[in-house]
Design a protein around this ligand. Structure first.
Ligand code: NOJ
Length: 747
């Protein structure tokens, strides 16, 4: 009896709270957040800062919380990650709805390059330089994920990466700050759509803040030692671009910078992000990185880790439990002012309101919509489009490509011809309850393309790794019967990605030896290189007849590759990262300083800044990529040769398609500041245009040079332009400069 009365009382109180929460929703978001905050106990506040992994993806007993359900019921969890599908997310959200204040959970997921539809890996997509296609790829990923319970992706990764040994190079947009910033902006716009609150918008997360890509030696999680100037000039701008695009969240990085772990880095998180840049969203740690500060040796225990991290400005603790276990005590001990906790909670609640979760916590859990969007026929079309645009033609001797559709016999050889899921790349998502095996293999793509007209022969030849050459004889035998050989080789998809750094980035195993064996047949050979990073493949580069760098193309891999092989799409991609000649050349990037002893050519490199035993050039440079047609650059014009600070120069250049095929060209504008108060790079990309030209068509394109494009961080870290002379270079790559002029900036 007593129990029933208590229950009734409890329900009245609960309803009163619910009523207050409901009333709060009518006010502006800031007021709503404040009125919810007022109702919260300290424990509930700390709960909002706590993020757990769901259990079901774990193959080992990952969680240490057998009482996860009751923790959610008690308001001790603000978000779950790795929880997908409308059924599963609804289940957890229902549990959250049993909590006193019914604050909805956020569901975060690594939707990096697609959800059910897998798009090319981000590094590949960045080679398309096609901002619209990249935005669409993120838009579709968000549409699918949001239909499947997810409201937050841990993407885009906007870390500049100049070391292909680093496995996560596959997840970013390459080496260049300008290109990567444009892509970062497009990706955020794609994920978040017109505004949070739309049914197909999910929160984006700019990661990993900051400089994670500069891990010493390319070893994942390693320390970063970096000057402030390099940080500001090269590594921070892509993050700033995500902010300009309205990114909802940031993630800290695992590394320390100059000895200070990012997750406890007050200079980065508060100083730069929240204070200087005015970021109003929230910051989540990387997985366990709050607790990992103990390993870094900057804190003694979880108590100190939580103190360091919340003080620095990290609002949510992903999986380390340091906040959950220590923040209450830190508040009691007077070490953490409640205002700090409130600020973090408010930031998180605000996003929950903006997403519309307080209005409808099950907004993203509609199974009908899930079914519809995960089978939306427009999605593979977009995946095919961006995949074709991401394949880089590196070599095309004797115009072997495009292949004629009348070839009698093709031998399709290699360990990657018939694989299916490999094509998805590292961060594919295993969507629960859905047949996620939808991927067009290279074999299937080619078969569909040639139909019955061409005889297609197959041999695996060898495995990706290992030294077994037993399959060589069969491969050589079918190559002899063919008119053309296509050889598909490369890495396994899980050789790049998180924790996948490698000291040897050659094509693994005996795959290049297989090429050597096939070359003895004298047949023309097209090599498809599948990889998540720039590999070193000098033998292939020097001996194959044609090479397509196909990265990992995702769901539509086979179709995209077949379209490019047969000229149904004329390749237009250009490398967003330099390909080294050897590991010893790393890091190699085009926008280096001149140095006091510049090595300007391979014939004049001694006593200059170079290796005695290596060319000064990469194997393939930033911005490089061929087409089946040729483009001529002419008629460079500048509206003036002297520019005042508040002036602009209009640059125009005519591009002509001088070949037989329609095609697209990515025209690149580089600048060099000849004399600065500090050294300036030998060239910097400052603009580009991707244009489509029919065979024999010409077009004049325009660029604008303004003060912003001429500015840099000086020694005092001020963003300034300095008067003086500049070189203007228009190129088809960072090395293939077709037209050159100069101008002067005057005060
Ligand atoms: C660790 C990775 O560094 C990060 O990028 C990812 O979002 C989290 N794990 C969650 O999976």
């Amino acid at each position: 009896m007593k129990k029933t009365v208590l229950n009734v009382l409890f329900l009245i109180v609960l309803n009163a709270f619910s009523l207050q929460v409901a009333l709060a929703q009518k006010k502006s978001i800031v007021q709503k957040v404040d009125s919810v905050l007022k109702l919260m106990t300290l424990d509930e506040k700390i709960g909002q800062l706590n993020q757990y992994n769901d259990d079901w993806t774990a193959t080992v007993p990952l969680t240490i919380d057998s009482d996860k359900v009751s923790q959610i019921q008690n308001g001790k969890v603000g978000s779950l990650l790795n929880c997908m599908g409308t059924e599963r997310t609804r289940k957890w959200q229902n549990i959250a709805m049993q909590s006193r204040l019914k604050i909805p959970l956020l569901f975060g997921q690594d939707v990096i390059h697609g959800y059910k539809t897998t798009f090319p890996i981000p590094l590949a997509e960045s080679c398309s330089w096609d901002l619209e296609a990249i935005e669409l790829s993120a838009r579709i990923s968000a549409t699918e994920a949001s239909a499947s319970g997810i409201n937050w992706t841990f993407a885009p990764m906007v870390d500049i990466a100049r070391d292909p040994r680093w496995g996560r190079v596959m997840e970013g947009a390459g080496e260049d700050t300008y290109l990567a910033s444009k892509i970062a902006y497009a990706r955020v716009k794609g994920f978040q759509g017109s505004k949070l609150g739309e049914i197909n918008s999910i929160m984006a997360c700019a990661k990993h803040f900051a400089a994670y890509g500069a891990a010493i030696g390319g070893r994942d999680y390693n320390s970063v030692d970096m000057s402030d100037r390099l940080l500001w000039e090269t590594y921070l701008p892509p993050f700033k671009a995500t902010l300009d695009a309205g990114v909802a969240t940031f993630m800290t990085s695992f590394n320390d910078i100059n000895g200070v772990p990012s997750t406890g880095n007050k200079y980065l998180l508060r100083g730069i992000l929240k204070d200087k840049w005015g970021f109003e969203g929230f910051v989540v740690s990387d997985w366990g990185s709050v607790g990992e500060m103990i390993n870094h040796g900057t804190v003694k225990n979880g108590y100190e880790a939580a103190l360091s991290s919340i003080t620095a400005g990290c609002d949510m603790d992903m999986e380390s439990r340091s906040y959950k276990n220590n923040l209450a005590q830190l508040v009691k001990d007077g070490k953490v002012p409640i205002a700090l906790i409130d600020d973090a909670v408010k930031r998180i609640l605000k996003k929950k309101f903006e997403l519309g979760l307080f209005d409808n916590p099950f907004k993203f859990c509609d199974p009908e919509r899930e079914k519809k969007e995960l089978n939306n026929p427009d999605h593979p079309i977009a995946a095919l489009d961006v995949a074709r645009k991401s394949i880089v033609l590196l070599k095309n001797q004797n115009h072997l490509l495009p292949l004629s559709k009348n070839i009698k016999t093709i031998a399709f050889i290699g360990p990657l011809v018939k694989v299916v899921n490999q094509n998805k790349g590292f961060w594919d998502v295993d969507v629960p309850g859905i047949d996620s095996s939808y991927v067009v293999s290279q074999w299937e793509g080619l078969q569909k393309k040639v139909g019955n007209k061409t005889k297609l022969l197959y041999a695996k030849g060898c495995s990706i790794e290992g030294d077994n050459k037993d399959g060589f004889a069969e491969a050589v035998n079918i190559a002899k019967q063919a008119d053309v050989v296509i050889l598909s080789i490369g890495e396994r998809r899980d050789m790049t990605g998180e924790a996948k750094s490698r000291s040897n980035i050659n094509i693994p195993g005996v795959q290049e030896e297989l090429l050597k064996a096939l070359l003895t047949t004298g047949k023309p050979i097209v090599v498809l290189i599948n990889a998540g990073r720039p590999l070193v493949f000098n033998y292939t580069a020097d001996n194959a007849t044609a090479i397509l760098y196909t990265w990992w193309m995702g769901s539509e891999a086979g179709n995209a590759i077949a379209d490019v092989l047969f000229g149904d799409y004329n390749p237009s991609a250009k490398l967003s990262i330099s390909f080294p000649l050897s590991v010893g050349q790393i890091p190699i990037y085009y926008s280096h300083f001149n140095t006091g002893r510049p090595a300007v050519s391979d014939t004049n490199r001694f006593y200059n800044s170079s290796y005695n035993d290596l060319s000064i050039y990469p194997k393939f440079e930033f911005g490089y990529g061929l087409s089946y047609t040729t483009f001529q650059y002419s008629n460079l014009q500048m509206s003036k040769k002297k520019m005042h600070f508040n002036d602009q120069i209009e640059v125009s250049v005519t591009i002509s398609n001088t070949g037989k095929y329609d095609g697209e060209e990515i025209v690149q504008l580089y600048l060099r500041d000849i004399v600065g108060s500090i050294a300036r790079p030998v060239k910097e990309l400052k603009d580009f245009k991707k244009i489509k030209l029919q065979a024999e068509q010409s077009e004049t394109i325009k660029f604008i040079i303004d003060k912003e494009k001429l500015s840099f961080y000086n020694q005092q870290l001020q963003w300034v332009a300095e008067p003086g002379d500049f070189d203007l270079m228009i190129g088809a790559s960072s090395r293939d400069i077709r037209l050159k002029d100069s101008f002067e900036l005057v005060e």
